[in-house]
Design a protein around this ligand. Structure first.
Ligand code: PXL
Length: 281
């Protein structure tokens, strides 16, 4: 029996409002990968739309966890980082990547900071410059358009976008991460939304689109990143992994939209896990 692959998922626990670790654990596990976790903070809800959420910063816990894991000699096939609880965590995650990875560890950095032209609550303007430090170490980064603009000092624009805008952004992102780039939230018209991928090995930009759903759906960036990572760890190439992640995320949004539930609580990714497992075969 082959050893099961293992990811170290570095992300917050938002106790309500499906995102970060509450989507990473089920998605990565359903994809047949063991998901170990380093919680960056514990919040009563995510910060996007609920008032009076609690926030417990876990910055001081991260390196002791890493030190203990090091002493256990655990192999990590991947390190995945998402929402960080403090700016100081960037240097700590940089160190964590060095400590826990070896030559074949896939490092995916989702530079979670912002969307729709705005930084999330709790992040200040100095965050994007700092975030570049761990993007440099990544094999794959998955910014949305806002995060890509912040990482490249590009003025944010509302969509629909031109191919020129998107491909310029990707070119600038290759200076932030010189390996694989998956830019999310790309749309050229109001009907279709998707991702642009850039792979340094082929030097090619590829696009994948699905139906565009109106509205703001929380946690979908995290779902996308986790499905993408799971597909990559199951041996899919970047284009195929992005296509699976785009399809699964879009399908989960579609079901949520039909159910007309309060979108702050997250999307119905549970309903599409069987399809994800099928697509990973
Ligand atoms: O889904 C991104 C995310 C993750 N974690 C927390 C958030 C957000 C987005 O708002 O608030 C705590």
């Amino acid at each position: 029996m082959e050893r099961i692959k293992r990811v170290a998922a570095i992300n917050d626990i938002s106790c309500i409002g499906k995102c970060s670790l509450t989507v990473a654990l089920p998605i990565i596990s359903a994809g047949g990968i063991e998901c170990s976790v380093i919680p960056t903070a514990v919040l009563s809800t995510h910060t996007g739309g609920f008032e009076n959420f609690t926030f417990k910063d876990l910055t001081d816990e991260i390196l002791p966890i890493v030190k203990h894991w090091k002493s256990l000699n655990i192999k990590f096939d991947s390190i995945y980082s998402g929402y960080l609880g403090s700016i100081a965590q960037v240097d700590i995650i940089d160190k964590t990547i060095d400590e826990l990875s070896d030559s074949d560890t896939l490092v995916l950095v989702d530079p979670v900071m912002a969307d729709f032209g705005e930084l999330y609550k709790n992040f200040d303007k100095s965050f994007p410059e700092k975030m570049k430090k761990i993007c440099k170490k990544a094999d794959v980064i998955t910014p949305n358009i806002t995060e890509a603009c912040l990482l490249t000092n590009t003025p944010y624009e509302n969509g629909p976008y031109t191919k020129e805008f998107v491909e310029n952004l990707i070119e600038k992102l290759t200076l932030v991460c010189d390996k694989k780039i998956v830019l999310t939230g790309v749309y050229f018209d109001e009907d279709k939304l998707g991702v642009a991928t850039y792979d340094n090995e082929t030097d090619k930009i590829n696009y994948c689109f699905t139906e565009k759903h109106e509205g703001v759906y929380h946690g979908t960036g995290d779902i996308f990143a986790c499905v993408l990572l799971t597909a990559l760890l199951n041996g899919k190439n970047l284009e195929t992994a992005a296509e699976i992640a785009q399809n699964i995320t879009s399908e989960a949004i579609k079901i949520t939209k039909e159910e007309k539930t309060d979108v702050r609580y997250g999307v119905r990714f549970e309903a599409v896990l069987p399809k994800m497992i099928e697509l990973l075969k």
